[in-house]
Design a binder for this molecule. Structure first.
Ligand code: MLT
Length: 255
């Protein structure tokens, strides 16, 4: 498993979305590593981590647990964005005692609706036949705001490169893994770890209503809406994202 570790202090694990990689956390690693040990892996089949035929959210969660064992980290805070959030829910359901706190960004606890599952299988087929290029432009339209698409070409190129750099077999396995993922809605009311829910104000994939419901269902959790951001709220508005995360982590540290 490829990963970056930076800084020292309480551990914070950053789990990226699909079909991206650990480089999406660049601004967060920089901001958090002054006070925390930040661990950012490439999940199975993404970035520089090998692809396998199957990649369930549970397998990805077990990969993360094995990485933490290797790094001698018993307990950490987790920040998962979108698919990284699905992996975070799986990790919590398997290893809750290893979770200090949760940051659930642009994600949802529910499993896929039938129609979403059908579209995932279609996408998987398309990627197997034509590669990542075939889905890159439509994905960009979904994950970034119209303003970013129009006015911030450096972000558009960065996200396009991540998508096109993902191994087709890794993307296909992740799509199938997401399609068959378990519904973790039941878990929310049982979450004891301090939790922060984050969502981009213009997120089309996991809209603010989904985040608001998570905030209501997780006892004591807080919601931060990231302005001028879509699904990739950490990239589109890193300042607000980082400030919210730092404030949340710092509050637990000094409690
Ligand atoms: C992601 O960003 O990880 C994806 O949008 C997740 C999904 O397709 O459900």
């Amino acid at each position: 498993m490829a990963y970056d570790v930076a800084g020292d202090g309480p551990a914070v694990v950053l789990l990226h979305g699909y079909p991206f990689n650990r480089s999406m956390w660049r601004e967060q690693v920089k901001a958090l590593s002054a006070d925390y040990k930040v661990v950012a892996p490439d999940l199975r089949g993404h970035g520089e981590t090998e692809a396998t035929k199957n990649a369930t959210m549970y397998e990805m969660a077990r990969d993360v647990a094995a990485l933490l064992d290797k790094l001698n980290i018993e307990r950490a805070s987790f920040c998962g964005l979108s698919m990284g959030g699905y992996v975070t829910f799986s990790f919590y359901s398997l290893f809750s005692s290893r979770v200090q706190s949760l940051i659930l960004a642009d994600t949802r606890p529910q499993s896929d609706a039938e129609e979403t599952r059908r579209v995932r299988h279609e996408q998987a087929q398309k990627i197997s036949e034509e590669g990542m290029k075939a889905v890159a432009e439509s994905l960009l339209q979904k994950v970034l705001t119209p303003e970013t698409l129009r006015e911030r070409p450096e972000i558009v190129s960065r996200v396009r490169e991540m998508i096109q750099g993902t191994k087709p077999e890794g993307a296909v396995a992740a799509l199938r893994g997401m399609a068959e993922r378990k519904d973790h809605s039941y878990l929310l009311e049982r979450i004891l770890a301090p939790s922060l829910v984050i969502v981009g104000s213009h997120d089309q994939i996991t809209p603010p209503e989904v985040a608001e419901k998570m905030r209501r269902d997780i006892p004591g959790s807080r919601l931060e809406i990231i302005e001028n951001a879509g699904h990739l709220s950490n990239i589109e508005n890193p300042n607000q994202f980082n400030n919210a995360v730092k404030k949340f982590l710092d509050a637990q540290r000094w409690r």
